[in-house]
Design a protein around this ligand. Structure first.
Ligand code: GTP
Ligand code: MG
Length: 195
């Protein structure tokens, strides 16, 4: 999967600004700092396309990345960052509701969780929210480079059980450091956009 073209199209705050060229969209959901922006960079082989940071709360808008004029990655602001004001959290909630409940172009929602830890209550809520709208979800368990191989299965099972993963939804183990899981995720994305 060699990517030749990947550029940011727009940082959208309202639906009016969403692109209207009808390309399928792959949205990245997950808590703040879990590695959504790093995930995008790994998928497209670019170090700094999506801005990453050691500080949570970096991504504040719906950032649309055009990939090969074939699809968009939509980098979504992370949840669970304590220092965000209530007003801002409410704005976030509205933006998420509008996007996930009504976006026709959405072909796959990728929920990123940290393979090291049990999914948080907010991860579970996010997963339930996506399932409430009957959206296909691919769970990507990232930062796998931080887990010993011998502990892996235990952690994967923790993710499956805590989220109460629905039949048909998959977990892919991923690392932005080692690029593990990249090909598998591309296969899932391409399968979803061909429907
Ligand atoms: P927000 O935009 O705040 O929601 O965060 P985000 O989910 O986009 O996270 P981001 O990609 O900015 O990554 C947060 C931190 O985790 C950065 O310091 C990354 O370098 C680190 N990180 C991301 N993915 C991995 C991974 O697979 N392995 C390791 N070891 N570190 C990672
Ligand atoms: Mg980000």
């Amino acid at each position: 999967n060699k990517i030749h073209y990947a550029e940011i199209t727009i940082s959208a705050v309202s639906p009016k600004q969403y692109p209207n060229d009808g390309l399928p969209e792959v949205a990245l959901a997950g808590r703040s700092n879990v590695g959504k922006s790093s995930f995008i960079n790994t998928m497209v082989n670019r170090k700094k396309l999506a801005r990453t940071s050691g500080k949570p709360g970096k991504t504040r808008t719906l950032n649309y990345f055009n990939i090969e004029n074939e699809l968009f990655f939509v980098d979504v602001p992370g949840y669970g960052y304590a220092k965000v004001s209530n007003a801002e959290q409410e704005k976030w909630g509205k933006m998420m509701n509008i996007y996930f409940s009504s976006r026709e172009e959405l072909s796959l929602s990728i929920l990123l969780v940290d393979l090291r830890h049990h999914p948080t209550d907010l991860d579970v809520q996010m997963y339930d929210f996506l399932k409430y709208y009957n959206l296909p979800v691919l769970v990507v368990a990232t930062k796998a480079d931080k887990i010993k191989k011998s502990k892996r299965n235990k952690h994967i099972n923790q993710v499956i059980q805590t989220l109460e993963l629905a039949t048909g939804d998959k977990v892919v183990v991923f690392s932005a450091e080692t690029r593990e899981g990249r090909d598998e995720v591309w296969n899932e994305i391409l399968a979803s956009t061909r429907n």
